[in-house]
Design a protein around this ligand. Structure first.
Ligand code: ATP
Ligand code: MG
Length: 400
């Protein structure tokens, strides 16, 4: 029997590599225009680096790392994210003597043992950008605007929403966590098992939970913005002031705490705005204190990671949806938010006539499946012909 690729891991085939190259080239051009330089980092590090850097109580460290002992008996881990390794390199090579901020970016694969599903893989790719050594809120705004410029370069900015928040510093968070626990405790029975356990260990992580049953409780949680110290509040005010001055639209989302322990003050995330689909395509934040925690100088830092798989999928489907809309076809995208049967159920409820289905296999083959909802009849259509095909179905609703 032939051996197949590992679950949750995929090949990027020649039909797709052109798109990947375009996304990567847009990243390099944007980051380098802002003065960022590329650094290439190893794919594995000492396990301790991630445990200390990302935090023992995070999902990543607790459940998602590919950790192994090598033949010499050292515990090593395939990198689940890039910041810890980049900070390790910053310290190891004495970058702190360079003019601040030290601006670095890196592009490559990350590894997380997560449940594979649409838009979630066990080996996936990120572009990471980090500005180290500069505490000014102007850098926060610069980094966020650069991220949005990257999406603009790809023509995607219309479909994306920028969410920003401040989670304060350690002191602010301690005060907030006390308020949060007071609020959550009486609701414990309405939370998922995981969140009930988090309540005792790391209550802030509850806000980051993706389980649907937890969302009503999370939505009514007290706002972390009410617990900020004067200094943290002022920092956030300045970040917003700079974003406003640059004409960058954003939403303040107080629940946005991110899944890694090293963040302080500014956090942000970019999500697709398609109805029902709340997928994050990029996220980041400030991590003052991390460099010191990893044995380096007390230099602050801020950065973000773009999920390139989600980027590539959006790149494929959104131009089709746009062309179809221009041709007068009412089109709705449900990008990766649900499993296929649920998505088709939703399409049925919406009363759409045709559904365009494009999973990993279809994307790899350069074709989508066009399904007539009433009859269940399906046929494959190459992406290049899809917009024309949909135009032929003009004035009928299509769900992609
Ligand atoms: P999510 O909320 O989707 O779990 P995250 O908060 O774990 O994301 P980060 O660790 O901040 O994500 O990584 C930044 C980006 O990397 C995410 O916004 C997403 O686009 C992408 N990403 C994260 N995990 C995966 C994965 N398993 N497969 C594909 N892309 C991923
Ligand atoms: Mg995650």
């Amino acid at each position: 029997m032939a051996i197949k690729a590992v679950r949750g891991v995929r090949d990027i085939l020649p039909v797709e590599t052109g798109r990947w190259q375009r996304v990567e080239a847009a990243g390099r051009a944007t980051f380098e225009a802002y003065g960022y330089r590329e650094i290439r980092l190893p794919l594995f590090e000492r396990t301790e680096l991630f445990a200390r850097g990302i935090g023992d109580e995070t999902d990543i460290v607790k459940k998602e790392m590919y950790t192994f002992e090598d033949r010499g008996g050292d515990s090593l881990t395939l990198r689940p994210e890039a910041t810890a390794g980049l900070v390790r390199a910053y310290i190891e090579h004495g970058f702190q003597v360079e003019p601040k901020p030290v601006r670095l970016y890196t592009i490559g694969p990350m590894f997380r043992y997560e449940r594979p599903q649409a838009g979630r893989y066990r080996q996936f790719h990120q572009a990471n950008v980090e500005a180290l050594g500069e505490p000014s809120p102007a850098v926060d705004a610069e980094v966020v605007c650069m991220l949005m410029d990257f999406f603009r370069a790809l023509g995607l900015e219309d479909r994306l929403a920028l969410h920003v928040n401040s989670i304060g510093d350690a002191g602010d968070r301690a005060a907030y966590v006390a308020r949060l626990v007071e609020y959550l405790a009486p609701h414990a029975s309405s939370l998922c098992g995981e969140c009930q356990a988090r309540l005792g260990r790391n209550p802030l992580r509850v806000l980051d939970c993706k389980v649907p049953e937890c969302q009503p409780v999370i939505e009514k949680a007290p706002s972390i913005l009410d617990s900020l110290s004067a200094a943290s509040a002022q920092h956030f005010d300045h970040v917003r002031g700079y974003l406003d001055a640059m004409g960058q639209a954003y939403t303040v989302t107080p629940r946005l705490v991110r899944g890694l322990d090293y963040y302080v003050r500014t956090t942000f995330e970019v999500k697709t705005t398609q109805l029902g689909a709340q997928d994050a395509v990029a996220g980041g934040g400030r991590y003052d204190g991390l460099i010191e925690r990893l044995g380096g100088p007390a230099d602050p830092g801020i950065g973000f990671a773009i999920g390139l798989e989600r980027e590539a999928a959006l790149q494929r489907l959104m131009p089709v949806a746009r062309a179809a809309r221009r041709a007068g076809v009412i089109t709705e995208l449900g990008y990766g938010a649900r499993k296929l049967p649920r998505e088709l159920e939703r399409a049925n409820k919406l009363g759409v006539a045709y559904a365009v289905i494009a999973g990993d296999n279809e994307l790899a083959a350069g074709e989508a499946v066009l399904r007539e909802m009433k009859t269940g009849e399906q046929r494959r259509v190459p992406f290049a012909r899809l917009a024309d095909e949909l135009q032929a179905l003009r004035s009928q609703e299509v769900s992609a």
